[in-house]
Ligand binder design. Structure first.
Ligand code: 13P
Length: 299
């Protein structure tokens, strides 16, 4: 199957009130686990790498090129519509470097930038990316973050509707990540409250699909309410690593003493295979929650 265009995935999701998941991977196992979940659920999906917590020096040196190629190949081979995203580049240059590497969607964060600078930079990225037939996700307003169990939300603001409309008009982004109460990197012990009425206002006012970051910490019923209010793409990261880690720990307890059968054999009983299977199950649950299961045939 050819790599799916982000706009095709999100237009259908918006029209039929479900959300497509971007499940952030970090290696070949996690990329494959996302594709396996999508095929099992007959769901469209967005695969990719990047993220605020990744080592951006490594990404620039080789991660973007190597994993862009791998992700693109997996998306082409996938049996369900799959887009390929480079997420949360830490600069315009880094986002640019992902163009031509296999990703058909890129996103850049503007931490610390003034609004005017963010608009100019995002618009410049959109012009270059669109010329290369790559979609751009814009981000308007930062989320709060959990770090070592402590909430940091001093910079977090609820996205203003008029300002978001202006941002989209001036940048021409293909979809927009908004700040509506979710928090990045939640691992438990804190439950964010999403502002569904603000999501509804944003969805009514904006011409582009809305994206929710920080999907790990949001309980299923709140995710569903957000989707019904107008969120068309949900990003999930932290929870996937948590599940993979737990699966690996369990797999290591049960594994044979032979390292060849424990790491990378792809045989049943291999600890890494067990972790990837646990990851696939968790992603399938997210797809069911977001309503994307069974929607592959819509494309
Ligand atoms: P979480 O790690 O909180 O799920 O956030 C993921 C994300 O938004 C990546 O862009």
């Amino acid at each position: 199957m050819t790599i799916a265009a982000l706009s095709d995935l999100l237009t259908d999701a918006r029209e039929h009130r479900y959300a497509v998941g971007y499940f952030e991977a970090w290696d070949v196992y996690s990329l494959e686990a996302v594709v396996a979940a999508a095929e099992a659920e007959q769901s469209p999906v967005i695969i990719g790498i990047g993220g605020l917590t990744a080592n951006h020096a490594w990404l620039r040196e080789q991660g973007i090129a190597v994993y862009g190629a791998v992700a693109a190949m997996l998306a082409e081979r996938a049996k369900t519509p799959t887009a390929v995203m480079y997420n949360e580049a830490d600069s315009l240059d880094e986002a640019r470097s992902a163009l031509g590497c296999g990703f058909n969607t890129v996103m850049m964060v503007g931490q610390g930038m003034t609004m005017e600078r963010l608009i100019e930079t995002t618009a410049a990225l959109v012009a270059e990316a669109h010329a290369a037939r790559v979609a751009v996700e814009g981000e308007f307003d930062e989320l709060g973050e959990m770090r070592d169990g402590v909430l940091h939300d001093e910079e977090a603001r609820l996205t203003d509707v008029d300002a978001a409309v202006e941002f989209v008009r001036r940048t021409n982004v293909d979809c927009l990540a908004v700040s509506v109460g979710s928090v990045h990197f939640v691992t438990g012990g804190y439950t964010p409250t999403l502002h569904t009425s603000r999501i509804r206002e944003l969805a009514d006012a904006l011409t582009v699909p809305l994206v929710l970051h920080g999907g790990s910490g949001v309980p299923p019923e709140q995710l569903q309410a957000a989707v019904q209010a107008g969120i068309s793409k949900v990003n999930v990261g932290t929870r996937l690593k948590q599940v993979f880690g737990e699966g690996l720990a369990l797999g290591l307890q049960r594994a044979s003493a032979d390292p060849n059968l424990t790491y990378g054999s792809r045989l049943p009983g291999d600890a890494m295979t067990a972790a990837a299977l646990a990851l696939t199950q968790e992603i399938r649950r997210y797809m069911q929650t977001l309503g994307s299961s069974g929607k592959a045939a819509n494309k």
